[in-house]
Write a protein that binds this ligand. Structure first.
Ligand code: GLY
Ligand code: MN
Ligand code: MN
Length: 430
C-alpha cells in the first residue's frame, strides 16, 4: 500500500453503523475481490472490494469479514478470515497481514486463517437464523463477470437453504453515502493530488502535445504523491473528441485553436476524486469558446447552490435542466420552437447536455448512495454540467467534488483548482 495507515477507529465506527441496521440473530458476510487474470500468469493489479474495505480496512485479496453481533460466543461477533501468510509468501509477494497487523488495521480481535473458514462458518451459521449477503445493487452496474462474492452467494444458498437471506446493499448504500470526517480528509487528499496534476499541465499543454503525453504527466504527478494513479480511466479529449462522453483513447495530437477536455482524478487510499477542466490548447479561448465555457460555469455555480440538505436529486436534476435551457437559448443552440416541440422525457436541452449533473462519490467514483431520499450533510457529490457541440468541434464540462454542509453552500473539495477561464489563461502564460 502506498497510502499512510488509516486510523482503525474509522472501521470500528463503520461496523457499528452497519450492525445497527441488522435484524436480530443474523450474520453478515463480506468477501474481498478476486485478483483478475489477463492471460498466461498475468494479472490486473488488485483492487479491494469497497464494502469489505469500508468495514475493515483490509486491503488484501482472499479475505472474508463476518459480522455477527448477537453471537453467543463474544469472539465471533466480528471475525476476519485471511490468507495465511508464511515466510515463502513473504519472499515472493511481500508481507501479507499477520493476525496482529490485521487487528492494527481493522480493530478486529478475532482473526482466523482462511483454511479454518468452512469449520468456523458452519458453527456460526448453525447459531444464526438469517444471513446478509452482499449483492451488487448499484443502478449502473453491468458486468458479465462472476465476482468472488457472487460465487460465495451461490454456494451459500446451496449449502444453507433453510436460512433467511437478507440484503446488505441497502444498509451499505445508506451508511456509505454520509462520509465521516476522516473519509473527507482522505477525499480532500485525493483532490489535492489531482490539483498538483492539473497545475503541472498548465505549463505543459501547448499545440502539438499528444493526449497521451498529458496522461503521462498526470500519472507521474499522481504516483509521486502516494496515489495508485487514476481513480477511473482518464478522458483526455481535445477538440471534437470532447463530444464523445466516454472518450478514453487519448491518442490524438492537441491542435492550435482547440479546447481540451480533461476528466481526470487521482485516487488516494482507494478514495476517488473526479474532476473535469477544459483548457485552450494554445492558452487563449476564442470568444465563442469562452461564451460556451462561461455558460457551463454559470450552470455549475447555480447547481451547486442547490446541493443543500433536503434537496431531492430528481428535482435537482430538473432544476439544473431549466438553468441549462436558458444558457443554451442564450448561445443560440436551441430556440423557443425547440422547447415548444420538446418531448416530456427528452427536453430540448438534452441535445447538448445529455448526462446527469451529479453523482455520489467516495470509495467508488460513482459511489453508492440514497438517490430517492432528501440529501444530507456529509454526502459528497460531483457537480458536472457540460455543453457538447460536435458541429463546432467543442465540448465543455466542468466538474468539482462537493460536500453537503448543514447550512449554506456545499464545501468544494476542489476549490483551489483553477476554474475561471481567465485564471486558466493567466496560469498558462505565467
Ligand atoms: N469521470 C466520470 C464522471 O465524471 O462521472
Ligand atoms: Mn468526471
Ligand atoms: Mn463525475
Amino acid at each position: 500500500m502506498k497510502y499512510d495507515r488509516i486510523d482503525k477507529q474509522l472501521y470500528i465506527q463503520n461496523r457499528a453503523k452497519f450492525v445497527q441496521h441488522m435484524e436480530s440473530n443474523s450474520l453478515a458476510v463480506f468477501n474481498s475481490n478476486d485478483i483478475y487474470p489477463v492471460s498466461a500468469d498475468s494479472t490486473i493489479p488488485f483492487q479491494q472490494h469497497r464494502d469489505i474495505l469500508y468495514l475493515s480496512g483490509v486491503d488484501q485479496e482472499e479475505s472474508i469479514l463476518i459480522l455477527f453481533p448477537d453471537s453467543k460466543n463474544e469472539a465471533h461477533r466480528e471475525v476476519l478470515f485471511l490468507k495465511e501468510t508464511s515466510e515463502l509468501i513473504a519472499v515472493w509477494e511481500g508481507e501479507k497481514l499477520t493476525k496482529e497487523n490485521a487487528f492494527e488495521v481493522s480493530g478486529i480481535k478475532t482473526v482466523y486463517w482462511l483454511n479454518q473458514f468452512p469449520v468456523m462458518f458452519k458453527q456460526m451459521m448453525a447459531e444464526a437464523a438469517s444471513v446478509y449477503i452482499n449483492t451488487n445493487e448499484h443502478l449502473r452496474a453491468s458486468t458479465e463477470v462472476q465476482t468472488r462474492e457472487d460465487r460465495f452467494i451461490v454456494k451459500l444458498k446451496s449449502d444453507y437453504p433453510a436460512h433467511t437471506m437478507r440484503k446488505s446493499a441497502p444498509i451499505l448504500h445508506r451508511i456509505r453515502s454520509v462520509k465521516e470526517s476522516l473519509e473527507l480528509e482522505l477525499m480532500q487528499k485525493a483532490c489535492k493530488i489531482t490539483e498538483s496534476g492539473i497545475r503541472r499541465l498548465l505549463s505543459f499543454i501547448k499545440p502539438g502535445v499528444w493526449e497521451y503525453e498529458i496522461e503521462a504527466e498526470l500519472a507521474h504527478e499522481f504516483l509521486r504523491n502516494r496515489s495508485n494513479g487514476f481513480a477511473y480511466t482518464p478522458i483526455i479529449a481535445s477538440g471534437k473528441n470532447a463530444c464523445v462522453l466516454h472518450y478514453i483513447e487519448n491518442n490524438q495530437m492537441c491542435l492550435d485553436g482547440d479546447v481540451i477536455l480533461l476528466d481526470v482524478g487521482a485516487e488516494y487510499a482507494n478514495y476517488s476524486s473526479d474532476l473535469t477542466r477544459c483548457i485552450p490548447v494554445n492558452g487563449r479561448f476564442t470568444e465563442r469558446q469562452r461564451n460556451v465555457y462561461n455558460a457551463v460555469l454559470h450552470v455549475k455555480k447555480e447547481a451547486e447552490k442547490l446541493l443543500v440538505p433536503g434537496t431531492m436529486m430528481v428535482e435537482y436534476h430538473k432544476e439544473v435542466g431549466q438553468i441549462m435551457e436558458n444558457q443554451l437559448l442564450g448561445l443560440g443552440l436551441i430556440d423557443k420552437t425547440d422547447i415548444k416541440n420538446q418531448k416530456a422525457d427528452w427536453p430540448a436541452y438534452k441535445k447538448y447536455f445529455m448526462h446527469g449533473t451529479s453523482h455520489f462519490i467516495g470509495l467508488d467514483t460513482h459511489d453508492v448512495g440514497l438517490w430517492n431520499e432528501p440529501i444530507q450533510a456529509g454526502m459528497v457529490f460531483t457537480c458536472e454540467p457540460g455543453i457538447y457541440i460536435p458541429e463546432e468541434g467543442l465540448g465543455i464540462r466542468l466538474e468539482d467534488d462537493l460536500v453537503v454542509q448543514e447550512t449554506g453552500k456545499p464545501f468544494n473539495l476542489m476549490k483551489d483548482i483553477p476554474l475561471e477561464a481567465l485564471e486558466i489563461e493567466d496560469l498558462m502564460h505565467s
